[in-house]
Design a protein around this ligand. Structure first.
Ligand code: 5AD
Ligand code: SF4
Length: 476
C-alpha cells in the first residue's frame, strides 16, 4: 500500500482511527530503530499547569505505544514541548528553548521537534514558528492531542512541517494509552475549557468552551486506575465547580464527588481549580461528610478589591469571598486554604492593593501563588489604558510575597507535634535515607524511610515545622 492508500483506508471514527495510525507508525519506528541499531528515544517537556501535565502523560502514552522509549533530555529522537501561554514569561521560555534546539538538530538532523499546548492556539505564535523556526516538524494545539499518532504518520512520510490547530471541539476522545508519571496517584480530567472570560485571562481563548466528561467515563477511569495501584486522584478542570452543567443529563460537581467517594480502594480525592462564584453549599456539605476528600481547598482570590474583581469579571465581591471562606472553615475546621493572586491588574491603586492584603491577613492562607499581571493580547484587560508602572507592581509584589510567606510559616505551626496520615511520594531529593510525602492538607513532610514506602499511606509525627514543610518521624 502506498501512503495515500493507507490514509484513505483509515477508520473515520475515534479512537479506532488513532489506533490504526499507531500501528502504521509503530512499523516505521521499528524500521528506523533497526537501521540505527538502537531504540528511538522521546522526550517531553511540560510547561504550565496540571492539565498540561496530564496531557503530557497521554502524549507519552501514544509515543511509547508506537515504539519510542523515554529519553532523558533534548538529545532525543523526538522532542515535544507541551506549552503554556497564561503569562508572557511562559512563551519566552519556549522561544529560548527552540533556539537551543536548533543547534541540537544541526548535530542530529533526523530528530523530530513537535510543539503543542496552549501557546499553539494563538495564531500569531504559529505564524512566527512557521516563519522563524523552520526546524520545527509538528505543531498542534490543545483540542487534538489525541491525534499525535496521525500527525506523526504525516510527518514521517512528508518532508514538510505538519501544522494542525483546531479552533475548538465538542469531541472528547476516550480510551487511548496513557503513561502515568506516578504509579500511586493520578490526575483525572473531569472537564475541559472555560466559559468564564476573566478579563485578564487567555485560557478561554486557547482551551475553548467548557465541556464535561460523562460521569460514567470518569468513574470507570478511576476504577481502572485504582485497580492499577492508584490511591489518590486529582480531579482536573479550569472550573470544577461548574462541572456537569453542559451534560445531556446534568449532575453537580458535588454529586460527582459522592460517586467517586464510593469507589472502593480509592483513599484520597483532590480537585483543582474552583471558582468562588460557583462554590455551592452542596459541595461544602459533601466535603464535610467525606472521608476521602483531602482537607485542602484551592480558591483563587485574584484580588481583594471588589472594584477590581468587578473589572476582572470575577463575579464575586470581597465580602462574598470571605463569607465562603467562613463557610468552608466552619464545615471543615482543619481545612487548609490556598489561592492565586494577581498584582498590578490595570488600574489597581494602592487602596485596591491594601484590600488584597486585608483578605490575605483575614484568611491566613496556608499557601498562595502570587503573580505579576501579564498582558495577554486579545483579552479585554490588554486593551485597558491604565496599566500600572512596572516599579509600582514590583514593589506591591514584594510586599505581598512577604506577607503570604510570613502567614504561611505561622499557619503551618498549627499541625506541629501532631501525628498525621502521609502519602509517601518519593525519595527525598536532598537527604539520602529520607522520603517525602504529603499530608491530606497538601503540606510536604520529609522523614526517614526507603523506597518500599512509596505509594503507601503511613502515620508520621510532625516534629518540626520548617517554613512551609515539616521534618517528621514515621510512627507506624
Ligand atoms: N497575568 C498574571 N496572572 C494570570 N493568571 C491568569 N492569567 C494571568 C495574567 N494575564 C493567573 C491567575 C490564575 C493562575 C492560573 O494564573 O491567578 O488563577
Ligand atoms: Fe482564566 Fe478565569 Fe477561566 Fe480561570 S476561571 S481559566 S482565571 S478565565
Amino acid at each position: 500500500m502506498n501512503i495515500k492508500e493507507i490514509k484513505a483506508m483509515a477508520p473515520a471514527t475515534e479512537p479506532a482511527r488513532q489506533k490504526y495510525f499507531m500501528e502504521h507508525v509503530k512499523a516505521r519506528i521499528a524500521e528506523l530503530a533497526a537501521e540505527k541499531g538502537r531504540p528511538l528515544t522521546c522526550f517531553i517537556s511540560t510547561f504550565g499547569c496540571q492539565m498540561n501535565a496530564r496531557d503530557s502523560e497521554k502524549l507519552l502514552g501514544i509515543l511509547q505505544e508506537v515504539g519510542y522509549v523515554q529519553g532523558t533530555d533534548e538529545n532525543s529522537d523526538f522532542v515535544l514541548y507541551n506549552t503554556c501561554t497564561v503569562r508572557e514569561n511562559a512563551n519566552l521560555k519556549v522561544y529560548g528553548r527552540l533556539g537551543y534546539l536548533n543547534g541540537v538538530k544541526r548535530k542530529n538532523p533526523e530528530m523530530l521537534i513537535a510543539l503543542c499546548g496552549c501557546m499553539m492556539q494563538e495564531p500569531t505564535v504559529v505564524e512566527k514558528i512557521k516563519k522563524s523556526y523552520r526546524h520545527v516538524d509538528i505543531v498542534f494545539g490543545t483540542h487534538n492531542i489525541f491525534k499525535l499518532a496521525e500527525l506523526l504518520f504525516d510527518r514521517l512520510y512528508s518532508k514538510k512541517m505538519v501544522v494542525d490547530i483546531w479552533e475548538g471541539t465538542d469531541a472528547i476522545v476516550e480510551d487511548l494509552p496513557i503513561e502515568r508519571k506516578y504509579p500511586f496517584k493520578s490526575g483525572v480530567n473531569i472537564m475541559f475549557g472555560c466559559n468564564n472570560f476573566c478579563s485578564y485571562c487567555i485560557v478561554p481563548y486557547v482551551r475553548g468552551r467548557e465541556r464535561s466528561r460523562n460521569p460514567e467515563d470518569i468513574v470507570k477511569e478511576i476504577e481502572t486506575l485504582v485497580a492499577d495501584g492508584v490511591v489518590e486522584v486529582m480531579l482536573l478542570g479550569q472550573n470544577v465547580n461548574s462541572y456537569g452543567k453542559t451534560l445531556k443529563n446534568p449532575i453537580s460537581f458535588a454529586e460527582l464527588l459522592r460517586r467517586i467517594e464510593a469507589i472502593e480502594g480509592l483513599e484520597r480525592i483532590r480537585f483543582m481549580t474552583s471558582h468562588p462564584k460557583d462554590l455551592s453549599d452542596e459541595l461544602i456539605e459533601v466535603m464535610k461528610g467525606s472521608k476521602k476528600i483531602c482537607k485542602h481547598f484551592h480558591l483563587p482570590l485574584q484580588s481583594g478589591s471588589s472594584r477590581i474583581l468587578n473589572i476582572m469579571n470575577r463575579r464575586y465581591t470581597k465580602e462574598r469571598y470571605l463569607e465562603l471562606v467562613d463557610k468552608l472553615r466552619t464545615a471543615v475546621p482543619d481545612i487548609a486554604l490556598s489561592t492565586d493572586i494577581i498584582v498590578g491588574f490595570p488600574g489597581e491603586t494602592e487602596e485596591d492593593f491594601q484590600e488584597t492584603l486585608d483578605v490575605v491577613r483575614k484568611v491566613r492562607y496556608e499557601s498562595a501563588f502570587t503573580f505579576i499581571y501579564s498582558k495577554r493580547t486579545g483579552t479585554p484587560a490588554a486593551a485597558m489604558e491604565n496599566q500600572v508602572p512596572e516599579d509600582v507592581v514590583k514593589d506591591r509584589f514584594d510586599r505581598l510575597l512577604k506577607e503570604v510567606q510570613d502567614i504561611a510559616a505561622e499557619a503551618i505551626l498549627r499541625d506541629e507535634h501532631t501525628v498525621q496520615d502521609v502519602l509517601v511520594e518519593d525519595l527525598d531529593s536532598h537527604e539520602p535515607g529520607f522520603v517525602t510525602g504529603r499530608l491530606s492538607n497538601n503540606t510536604v513532610v520529609h522523614f526517614k524511610g526507603d523506597a518500599s514506602l512509596i505509594g503507601k499511606i503511613v502515620k508520621v509525627s510532625l516534629d518540626e515545622a520548617k517554613g512551609f514543610y515539616f521534618m517528621g518521624t514515621m510512627v507506624e
